[in-house]
Write a protein that binds this ligand. Structure first.
Ligand SMILES: NC(=O)c1ccc[n+]([C@@H]2O[C@H](COP(=O)([O-])OP(=O)(O)OC[C@H]3O[C@@H](n4cnc5c(N)ncnc54)[C@H](O)[C@@H]3O)[C@@H](O)[C@H]2O)c1
Length: 249
């Protein structure tokens, strides 16, 4: 399938994990993919692995929590490629700590990347898309944006806000031809989750919480991003698609 032939997709947090899987899937379906991330070295490797596979990809070092960097990046990408047709607004951070122990600077860091960063990128790309009268934006939320989990107050708050940011963007931007949706994954095995939980914890977690009996893979999520970015989802707007192995059921 070449659903994204002649389209340019910006994927944030694309150096590893789910973001890389999204970039790979978009590229495999014909898009030119711009991989953006703070991790410069990994970004180079990610770009090289896509181009070595014969895909069309470029990279941009970007900290999404720095609005001036986001302004520059969006202008540069549009200048180089003519347009941004698809945004996978995926970059995010997570760690666990009890609510009563969260220091103000750590609270601000979580909100700065997971919520403010998502806003900066979504708004700047939306302004560009409005001029073209079309586009698809997919924001990365989480099941933690729909239900609370102990030791993740800052993360849960950021992802809950992303769900309502997405719905509000959908209400305001639909008339401009921009479709906006969110994806809410459950537990996905990535460098992020591996840095937080050991394998014994993951086994117990699966048994206690996940009816399908396994955690997710990045490819369980990248296909949903591809669907939402594609014309197959032409009437899907303001949705939050849950992929969690049945956990919230
Ligand atoms: N892994 C899970 O279980 C899970 C579940 C639900 C939602 N999510 C969300 O999916 C997204 C990707 O998570 P992942 O598991 O692939 O994590 P990951 O840590 O493997 O990848 C996240 C990427 O985002 C990048 N990033 C972090 N801060 C950034 C910044 N300020 N600017 C630009 N890039 C930045 C990192 O460098 C990294 O490459 C995140 O938004 C996360 O909250 C993950």
């Amino acid at each position: 399938m070449q659903r994204f032939k002649d389209r340019v997709a910006l994927v944030t947090g694309a150096a590893q994990g789910i973001g890389f899987a999204i970039a790979e899937r978009f590229a495999a379906e014909g898009a030119h993919v711009v991989l953006a991330d703070v991790k410069e070295e990994q970004l180079v490797q990610a770009e090289q692995s896509l181009t070595a596979a014969g895909f069309s990809a470029s990279r941009r070092t970007l900290d999404v929590s720095r609005p001036e960097q986001v302004d520059e990046a969006v202008a540069a990408i549009v200048g180089a490629h003519g347009a941004i047709h698809i945004l996978a607004n995926n970059a995010g951070i997570a760690w666990e700590e009890p609510f009563v122990d969260i220091r103000d600077d750590r609270w601000r860091k979580m909100i700065d990347v997971n919520l403010n960063g998502m806003f900066y990128v979504a708004q700047r790309v939306s302004r560009h898309m409005m001029g073209r009268g079309q586009g698809a934006i997919i924001n990365m939320a989480s099941t933690n944006g729909l239900a609370g989990e102990a030791k993740y107050a800052h993360y849960n708050a950021s992802k809950g806000a992303v769900v309502l940011l997405t719905k509000t963007m959908a209400i305001e931007l639909g008339a401009s031809g921009i479709r906006v949706n969110a994806v809410c994954p459950g537990y996905i095995q990535t460098p992020m989750s591996e840095a937080i939980d050991d394998p014994a914890f993951v086994e117990r977690y699966i048994e206690a919480h996940i009816p399908l009996g396994r955690v997710g893979k990045p490819s369980d999520i990248s296909g949903i991003f591809a669907f939402l970015a594609s014309d197959d989802a032409a009437f899907v707007h303001g949705a939050c698609i849950v992929a969690d192995g049945g956990q919230l059921a």
